[in-house]
Design a binder for this molecule. Structure first.
Ligand code: IMP
Length: 177
């Protein structure tokens, strides 16, 4: 079934079952990798709220989660994109940190944010993203836990929006071209 959001039409891309299978698979990997420590998850709002919630429910280990918002603006030519993390109150020093993203597109957001986390000297840092548009990469990011590699097409649903709408879809839909 097609869906119209604002001026665009979207068609089904990843079903709810496919997404939930990926969430379970990633949850199992994390349960295995972090069984002896209690990691701190940092979920980046708004897009990751649904993925972070479903993934967190899969965890059987002791774990904490904190939700942050990133405000990005253009710095000087030497600083490039600058991001400010809003709501990052947890102490990261010596913690095993896992960043949860909805989608890594160009990699610009994470490449600006990761050094800020590393400044706090966590014990370890891993990246978890539901989606990755490899072809759109400008700043390569090593994604440790990934749901799906997807083509460079605009998608909505399961937390991702098109100009504010579409986040409530259980599936992920791609723009019709
Ligand atoms: P990046 O900095 O280019 O990697 O972009 C990351 C952010 O752009 C994501 O967290 C999303 O908020 C947004 N984004 C990138 N691609 C899409 C898409 O296809 N649909 C919805 N949001 C997207």
């Amino acid at each position: 079934m097609k869906k119209k959001i604002h001026d665009k039409h979207f068609v089904p891309f990843l079903s709810e079952a496919q997404i939930q299978d990926a969430v379970k698979r990633i949850g199992q990997q994390i349960n295995q990798d972090y069984k002896d420590v209690s990691p701190l998850f940092i979920a980046i709002l708004n897009g990751s709220f649904m993925f972070a919630s479903d993934l967190f429910k899969q965890l059987e280990i002791n774990a904490e989660i904190s939700f942050i918002k990133l405000a990005s603006y253009k710095g000087t030519s030497s600083t490039g994109t600058v991001v400010t993390a809003i709501g990052l109150e947890a102490t990261l020093h010596n913690r095993d940190v896992v960043i949860i993203e909805d989608i890594v597109d160009t990699g610009k957001t994470l490449s600006a944010f990761i050094p800020q986390i590393l400044d706090h000297h966590p014990h370890s840092l891993k990246i978890c993203s539901l989606l990755h548009k490899k072809e759109a990469t400008v700043h390569p990011i090593k994604i440790d836990y990934l749901g799906f590699e997807i083509p460079d097409l605009f998608v909505v649903g399961y937390g991702l929006d098109y100009d504010g709408l579409g986040r409530n879809l259980h599936q992920i839909m791609q723009v019709e071209n």
